[in-house]
Design a protein around this ligand. Structure first.
Ligand SMILES: [Zn+2]
Length: 337
């Protein structure tokens, strides 16, 4: 019955002609099924034109393409109040580039240790770069960017380029967030003293400078060598003029990875996601920053997906479990626009 349903869906897609689903690689390649990160010893896709994307909690993603591993954010050892990601920061043995969206601990706490072990280049705003240097990352590996260079800061790597773009950190309304947090504190397990101490240690590996909001949050436009584009945005703040200017040049991206704000109510989180898809015009939207600890809510993805599909019925929304791969055929880009 299930196979029958799948076949019907396939026929429906064909009848509608060109569809964004053609972007997804139809592959029995183990690298597109295995939950082992490439950075912890998993395989690269066999086909060099296949991009494998894995979510690993909060705004962490791994992109594997043509023998290169790109890590988006680095917050893996989150402590025992979080669900396990199935690996530790120390398991990461391979990474070429680490892009840090901003320097709060839940985005960069493992960036320094992973960079030191792998030799990866780490990119971030000045505030982030300062913290990396204070954690003894070799200055030769650190790239400090402003995101205001309107393309002049573009970083060139083997098989891809990265354009840093100044974004803005989310600022969820306190009159909504505070009552929810109070209710959660009353009704969920309190961290033990050991767990609280553990959290303090993790927090110390990030920054809490108020300037993060306006000058420390960087969106990254990643362009693969065949023109396939990914926009990465690790905090759910509003779109900036810099992002609009960058998008005016490239018009659209293939994948937008966008953080869900902490504003709790789907009416608000959906509006932010809508602004992202109207700006980035992706074929595929992948949410970020939506899981939580034992005393937090996960941020709902389905209401957002529905709002995006009401606006653009062709958009493909993808949200999987930790480490589950999604493979993209990067050559299909031209067929879907
Ligand atoms: Zn933050």
């Amino acid at each position: 019955m299930k196979q029958y349903t799948v076949a019907l869906v396939a026929i429906a897609v064909m009848l509608h002609g060109r569809s964004s689903t053609s972007l997804l690689a139809q592959s029995n390649d183990p690298a597109c099924q295995d939950r082992t990160l490439v950075s912890t010893g998993g395989q690269f896709p066999r086909n060099p034109q296949t991009l494998a994307v894995r979510w690993t909690g909060f705004s962490n993603f791994e992109l594997a393409y043509k023998g290169q591993v790109i890590l988006l954010d680095a917050y893996f050892d989150r402590g025992s109040i979080f669900p396990s990601l199935g690996f530790k920061a120390a398991d990461i043995k391979r990474a070429n580039v680490i892009l840090i969206g901003h320097g709060h601990h839940d985005h960069m706490s493992d960036a320094a240790s992973v960079a030191i072990r792998t030799g990866a280049v780490v990119v971030g705003a000045a505030l982030t770069a300062e913290k990396l240097l204070a954690q003894k990352v070799d200055p030769k590996q650190v790239r400090s960017v402003t995101g205001t260079g309107t393309g002049h800061e573009e970083l060139k790597f083997q098989y891809f380029t990265v354009q840093p773009i100044l974004g803005r950190h989310g600022a969820p309304p306190p009159d909504i967030v505070a009552p929810f947090n109070q209710a959660l504190q009353r009704t969920t397990p309190r961290p033990t003293p050991e767990q609280s101490a553990e959290q303090l240690t993790i927090r110390a590996r990030g920054i809490s400078d108020p300037r993060v909001v306006s000058e420390g949050t960087i969106a990254y436009l990643i362009t693969l060598d065949d023109g396939f584009r990914i926009m990465y945005r690790d905090s759910g703040g509003p779109v900036t003029e810099y992002e609009k200017a960058a998008m005016a040049k490239v018009e659209r991206v293939d994948i937008a990875i966008g953080a869900i704000p902490a504003s709790v109510l789907p009416a608000l989180t959906s509006q932010q996601a809508l602004e992202y898809i109207r700006t980035y015009k992706p074929d595929v939207y992948m949410p970020a920053h939506h899981d939580g600890s034992i005393n937090e809510l996960w941020r709902a993805t389905e209401p957002i997906f529905q709002t995006l599909k009401d606006e653009n019925p062709k958009i493909v929304t993808i949200s999987k479990g930790y480490r589950e791969p999604t493979c993209f055929d990067t050559t299909k880009r031209s067929l879907i626009r």
